[in-house]
Design a protein around this ligand. Structure first.
Ligand code: PMP
Length: 361
């Protein structure tokens, strides 16, 4: 018993630190566990950060105007409806904290992003977990779970770790079916990898209860910088801005983000590489008898016969210095989530899994 008691809900929050050891001592560790961009940060953003570094003694802008305008131009959006955060994680925190509290419910789906229940507890609200169907979000199950206490639905589209995506028609059916006073958050962290998907933009343009969240962590190659943004109705953005710390973004965030948002050639280049290597990895897995769905992201969920096989494959990969993500905690004990790498990295994964398979024969 300590003198200090944490607020209700805090002890329900999982400790989200740590992770797999860095395979200390292995000559060439290949980390394919966090869906990072194999090409690194865009050179344009590196130059912008170097240029901005000597100004690091000055406090950054509090309104993020230049960054919001660059994002708005790149995506043809209204800059006044954009809010920026320390990763899209922080934007998700703004919306859950601003609009839900004790007694309220926040819905997420069975295999939704692992931060959702954490953010829900941080807001003091109750997470409601809804099943998916064949590893795809089930719109009817979400609609059936809505109660008078529902404040927010958190939807990952495309999904993580499934890599699958709701069709635009299903997404619209979900938006149409929700009560108008429930906020639908479309977390589109992987939108750029899904061909023909607008990330929920057209829905956000036509409804007043939708927040689209996006990130610079994936295709923009800036996961270590921590920069994300949301697009919603003006009133919602204003409310969230009230709880945003004015100096949440550093001069480096602002400098890199503005340049990266304008560097759409980089985005196209990364998307093309990912599409090629994803098709190659998916095909090779299937040829090895390892099941996987078509992915709309920069990772593939490999499903083995059972948990024992997934552990054995993970161990075999680790012995070759390759780190992938076990996803038992996401509801897939038989799964390994493998980030799509560049050509050489993908070759290394395929070769390691092929050797593992041959060893089983
Ligand atoms: N949503 C999903 C579905 C994600 O996978 C991630 C990162 N793994 C995030 C949001 C958060 O991204 P970030 O905070 O880096 O922008």
């Amino acid at each position: 018993m300590t003198k200090f008691s944490p607020q209700p809900g805090i002890m329900e929050i999982d400790l989200y630190v740590g992770g797999k050891s860095a395979l200390a001592g292995h000559a060439e560790v290949l980390k394919l566990s966090s869906n990072e961009n194999p090409l690194g940060p865009p050179p344009s953003a590196i130059a912008a950060m170097q240029e901005a570094a000597p100004r690091a003694h000055l406090y950054p802008s509090t309104d993020h105007a230049a960054l919001r305008h660059a994002i708005a131009e790149a995506h043809d959006l209204d800059p006044e409806r954009i809010i920026c955060g320390v990763g899209s994680d922080e934007v998700l925190q703004f919306v859950t904290q601003a609009y839900a509290g004790p007694g309220d419910e926040i819905i997420h789906t069975e295999h939704g992003f692992s931060m959702y229940p954490i953010l829900t507890h941080m807001a003091g609200a109750t997470p409601v977990r809804v099943p998916e169907k064949d590893r795809v979000v089930d719109v009817d199950a979400i609609l059936a779970a809505v109660t008078e206490r529902t404040r927010i639905v958190l939807l990952t589209n495309p999904g993580n770790p499934t890599g699958t995506r709701l069709s635009d028609a299903e997404l619209t059916r979900l938006a149409d079916g929700l009560p108008g006073d429930v906020i639908l958050v479309i977390d589109s962290a992987y939108a750029e990898y899904a061909e023909g998907y607008d990330g929920g933009k057209s829905l956000a343009e036509t409804r007043d209860n939708i927040l689209m969240t996006r990130t610079f962590s994936k295709i923009y190659g800036l996961g270590g910088l921590r920069l994300g943004w949301g697009y919603g109705p003006r009133g919602m953005i204003e409310v969230m801005t009230r709880i945003r710390q004015p100096f949440n973004l550093s001069v480096l965030h602002l400098a890199a983000g503005e340049v990266a948002a304008r560097d759409q050639d980089w985005v196209s280049h990364c998307a093309a590489l990912n599409a090629d290597q994803r098709a190659r990895l998916t095909g090779a897995l299937r040829q090895l008898g390892i099941a996987c769905d078509d992915s709309d992201t920069n990772f593939v969920l490999a499903r083995f016969a059972d948990e024992t096989q997934a552990i054995a494959a993970d161990t075999a990969l680790q012995s070759e210095g390759i780190i992938v993500r076990r996803v038992g905690g996401y509801g897939f004990p038989e799964g390994l989530r493998i980030t799509v790498g560049d050509e050489a990295q993908t070759g290394r994964v395929i070769a390691a899994l092929t050797r593992w398979r041959e060893g089983m024969a």
